[in-house]
Each structure stands twice: as C-alpha cells, then as structure tokens.
Design a protein around this ligand. Structure first.
Ligand SMILES: [Zn+2]
Length: 440
C-alpha cells in the first residue's frame, strides 16, 4: 500500500485509523470509480455489464488499476474473478475477504454489485493513507457472473471459485442473449473452464477468516426509515412453486348455483387468503417471511366475464431467513390445499417445489458493523436480505460472513438505482473501521 510510514517497516503498526479528510478522499475515489463504470457501460436507459462481456472485463480492469495504484497485488482465478490483495504482515494467516459482483442486468443500474467492490477499494485506500498495516491479507474480490439473467444458475462466479458449479453446467448453461455456453464465453475471455470442469478449486474456506459483502439494498426499507445503512442478519432462503394449477370446471356464470360450481378463481383467492393469514401470524410473532404470487392467471383463450373459471395457474415464491419456518409454512399450505380443494370441489396441485437454504450472517461480524455504525453516528438497522447474494456462497462454506446494505432510493435491477454519494461516504468509515478491526 502507499508507504506513508517514514520507517517503511512491514510490522503491524497501531493506527488510530483514517482521519475525516482521508475518509473524504476515499469517498471521492469511490465517486470517480462509479462515474468511470457508468461511462464505460452506459446503455440507455441505464448500464449493461453482461457476465463475461467486454463491459464486465473493463469493470474488473478499472477496479484492478485502482487497487494497483494503492499498492495491492492483482491476480485472477481460472473462472475470471479478480483478486486484489493487500498483503498482511503474516501471510500464513487466513485472509479477510470482501467484494461483490460487477455484472449488471440488461439496462440495469450502476450500483448493484459494483458498490461492494468500490466500497472495498475506498475502505482500503483510506486505511492505506492512514498508515495502517494489516496483520493478515485483505483480499477484495470482483466476482464474475452473479446476475441470474445471463446464466440461469445462482452465484455462478463464486460457486465456480469454490468448485461448487456442477461440471456439466459449463457446457450446459447458455447466456440468455448470445445462446453460447458458459464454457465458450469463458474461453473467449481467456479463462480456463476445462480446469474447473476437471475439479480445480480456487478458494479454500480454511484460508478465509471472514467475508464481508457490501451491496445496495434492493427494497425501500432503509429509505423509508431514513437510515443510511443496514446490517444484514441473513440472506433469505426460499421455497418456490413455479407450476401451481387449480383445476375446476368452466360453467355458465348465471345458470349454475353456488353448490354446483368448481370455481378455480375463488379457490385461488382462498389460497392467497390462507397465505395472508399465515403471514399475519408470522408478523405478529416477529418472524421473517415474505410471499409472492407473482403469476396468477386464468386462460385468456378460455376465460370470459360470463364464465366460471375452470382453470387457474399460479406461482408462489416464499422466503425467510428461517429454514424451519419455510418447512412449517409448506406443511401448513399442504393442509390448506386439501381443505380448499374440498370446499370448492376443485383440484389444487402445487406442482414440484424448489428450495434454497437461508444463509445466516455471523453474529460477531454483525455486532462489529453495528458498533462501527453507531461510533460513526450513521443511522442503521439490522435487516434480512430478500435477494440472494454471493455472500450466501461464502456462508454456505462455513465462512463467517456479513453484509452491509447501502440505502438506495429506487430498488435495483433497473436504470434508476439511486445510491446517494453522501450515503456511500457515510458507509466508508463504517466499512473501513470494521475491516481495520478484523485485520489488526
Ligand atoms: Zn447484486
């Protein structure tokens, strides 16, 4: 790092931490990085940085140049992820890692993903400027291919790094816009899918002491509460039904008395009400839960104002940080489905479900982030993450993990993502001082 220390020693130096001016410089560095990223990947409206695209490469190059300028070592893994390493005094100690992804959705915002890398760089630059010397390595990782819109598998880049992507996926998954395989895109970028298919593993959980990911909040909670940052308690797991159907019988809307109807829509409404009732109960008990019937349709070729609907299709996405709660909800729903089927004389088929486990964040790391937010006078709250993040991959490997959310005005995955630079600047000391504690 910048050798401001006149002795130029490599020993761990006690440091009071960066000054306010050093934090302001670091925040200004972040603003410049965001501007460079937006200019390079502009695709009005918004930005586009597809996984394994020229724009994602350029985003990594911008981060790498910045890291090199503050004295960090630059390397890549065979999956194309970038590692920016500030060497610690004892390199045999497990490292502190931070980072996030730098791809975006098509016509997305500039901050989803990139903010995690930029905040890591800003924090490192502030610490370096203060003369702080880490006792162990700090590694900022710019992770490839996180956005599901490009390759339809969660956390592609971080799972590749841990050897968790099934070998067949490299030639099976195709990018949504090009139709070409993941392996093909990787080879084009100069990476080595064949080594990974053969079982190579880039990251060893035993060599990582902690992973911290900063990310914009993807909902309106912090903005509505007037809080600049959130300390994530867990990344919600999910239980999803993609192919729910309710089958009844089409009938005349006037001629058929209630007791002779097999009404798929009223049965569907009863199912929604049941989920509402369950949700009310969880809210009252302070338990984490969200549920969404994202699709809920009668058949436009068959339905009409004057017909009882004979068929309804729906999706149901339920999420919670509590795995037991998802199991409990699933059991309650299955019981409700039987009752609703009988009551409306229809067949309710939830269809197959998929499940993803919640990832709990490390209580000790959460406490440090909260303490540093309080010390810096930054309004904050503890909250669950509704969206999935690479951090879940690290937590799933048994690595102590934590996330810091940054307030964002307009949701994410859209051109209007709104991370205010004053909120970014407020997050810099919180994140930098947390890293400093972990690296001391
Ligand atoms: Zn993201």
């Amino acid at each position: 790092m910048n050798d401001n220390d006149p002795d130029g020693g490599t020993a761990v130096t006690p440091s009071a931490g960066p000054t306010d001016a050093q934090f302001r410089d670091a925040a200004a560095l972040g603003t410049r990085l965001f501007d460079d990223l937006a200019a390079m990947s502009s695709n009005p409206p918004g930005v586009t940085r597809a996984a394994f695209s020229r724009e994602e490469d350029e985003a990594h190059a911008i981060a790498a140049r910045t890291a090199a300028a503050i004295g960090m070592e630059i390397s890549h893994d065979r999956a194309g992820s970038l590692y920016m390493t500030w060497p610690g005094a004892d390199r045999s100690l497990p490292a502190i890692m931070t980072g996030s992804h730098m791809d975006s959705v098509d016509h997305g915002g500039n901050f989803d993903g990139a903010a995690g890398v930029v905040l890591g760089l800003a924090a490192a630059s502030a610490l370096a400027a203060s003369g702080f010397r880490p006792a162990r390595d700090l590694v900022i990782m710019a992770i490839r291919s996180e956005e599901l819109v490009w390759f339809p598998t969660p956390y592609c880049g971080s799972r590749m790094a841990f050897g968790l992507l099934p070998p067949e996926d490299y030639e099976r998954l195709t990018r949504s816009d090009t139709g070409r395989t993941l392996a093909d895109h990787m080879r084009e970028g100069g990476w080595d899918p064949d080594a990974l298919i053969a079982g190579a593993r880039e990251l060893d959980p035993a060599r990582i002491a902690a992973f911290l990911e900063a990310h914009i909040e993807q909902g309106p909670v912090l903005d509505n509460a007037g809080e600049a940052v959130g300390i994530v308690t867990g990344i919600r797991g999910n239980r999803r039904y993609r192919y729910g159907t309710i089958t009844g019988a089409y009938a005349h809307a006037g001629g058929v008395p209630r007791e002779f109807r097999h009404d798929a829509v009223r049965a569907g409404a009863a199912l929604v009400s049941e989920v509402e009732r369950i949700w009310d109960r969880y809210d009252a008990a302070g338990r984490d839960f969200v549920a969404t019937f994202g699709e809920f349709s009668t058949d436009p070729a068959m339905h009409a104002m004057t017909k009882v609907a004979g068929r309804l299709t729906f999706t149901l996405d339920m999420r919670s940080t509590d795995a037991a709660l998802l199991d409990e909800t699933d059991a309650a729903l299955r019981a409700a489905v039987r009752t609703i089927g009988k009551r409306f004389d229809v067949t309710v088929d939830m269809g197959p479900s998929t499940a993803a486990s919640p990832a709990l964040m490390d209580p000790g790391l959460m406490d440090i982030l909260v303490a540093e937010a309080e010390a810096a006078g930054v309004p904050h709250r503890r909250m669950a993450s509704g969206g999935g993040h690479d951090c879940a991959t690290f937590a799933g490997q048994g690595i102590a993990s934590a996330m810091l959310f940054l307030r964002n005005q307009n949701g994410s995955h859209n051109p209007d993502e709104g991370l205010r630079m004053e909120d970014f600047a407020a997050a810099v000391p919180v994140f930098a001082r947390t890293l400093m504690r972990l690296l001391a």
